[in-house]
Ligand binder design. Structure first.
Ligand code: FPP
Length: 249
């Protein structure tokens, strides 16, 4: 259990999780606690994305996947959805020079066609402007849902089988993985460590295929309060675990 009071932990630099995924939850409650509107929590959450991106990159994380907007988040009031859809525009508008200085490459995965034009444009510009960067991949899940992803993958695979270009008998794990939205991450598609903030112990339709063997860390800290020290503590906890991937030692 890691809280804001967590002290920095020593890490084994040779065993940093290559792919860290975070469900950034608790923005609304962070704001409520301060008698602020929910969008103030989202603004602070966006500011914290900058802090944690830099921290993860400097720790040696190779891929940082952040759940920014789910396929279910459209159910929120229009004003909140509109605000959330403006965040990538603000974020990339201000943070791009730092992302480039950090050698971070931006990827955005999800149903991008259904985003407002300005949000989609901001995502595409950010991917294009950082395409040559060779450091950490900052992988945003935006209008992403794992069931939707698996439905799309199934449809594509079924179409290939129906067209005769794929023999159903050859379908295996790699076939499925090659049709998921994380395919651009190659061998790093599966998170080593999945963190959820705000004390909720559920997965909320995030990366259901890819987390088959991920280590899970749940912290009560609201996302805007999630510091580099809490990230480090979560990684220290990960390093103390024995990952067997179904085997024995
Ligand atoms: C969940 O908290 C958070 C979200 C649905 C949005 C997350 C978005 C950000 C942290 C900013 C993203 C930044 C960029 C650059 C895209 P919640 O609103 O469900 O909180 P609650 O459960 O306390 O109400």
């Amino acid at each position: 259990m890691f809280t804001e009071k967590t002290t920095p932990q020593p890490l084994d630099a040779t065993r940093i999780p290559a792919h860290v995924a975070i469900i950034m939850d608790g923005n609304g409650r962070w704001a409520k606690k301060r008698f602020l509107p929910r969008i103030a929590g989202h603004k602070q959450g966006m500011e914290n994305v900058k802090v944690i991106t830099k921290a993860a990159s400097r720790l040696g994380v190779k891929v940082l996947t952040l759940y920014a907007f789910s396929t279910e988040n459209w159910k929120r009031p229009d004003s909140e959805v509109n605000y959330l859809m403006g965040l990538p525009v603000d974020f990339f508008g201000v943070f791009m020079p730092e992302l480039i200085a950090e050698n971070v490459r931006v990827q955005v995965m999800g149903e991008l066609d259904a985003l407002p034009a300005k949000t989609r444009q901001a995502a595409e510009d950010a991917m294009a402007e950082t395409a040559a960067n060779t450091g950490m991949v900052l992988n945003f899940a935006l209008n992403y849902g794992a069931r939707d992803e698996l439905v799309q993958a199934t449809r594509e695979i079924a179409q290939a089988a129906a067209a005769g270009t794929l023999d159903p008998a050859t379908i295996d794990d790699t076939t499925v993985a090659a049709h998921l939205m994380t395919r651009h991450l190659g061998a790093l598609a599966d998170p080593d460590l999945l963190i959820r903030t705000s004390g909720e112990n559920r997965l909320s339709n995030f990366l259901l295929w890819q987390i088959a063997y991920s280590e899970l860390v749940f912290t009560p800290v609201f996302w805007p309060d999630f510091t580099p020290a809490v990230l480090t503590a979560a990684i220290a906890d990960y390093q103390a675990r024995d990952r067997r991937f179904g085997g024995i030692h």
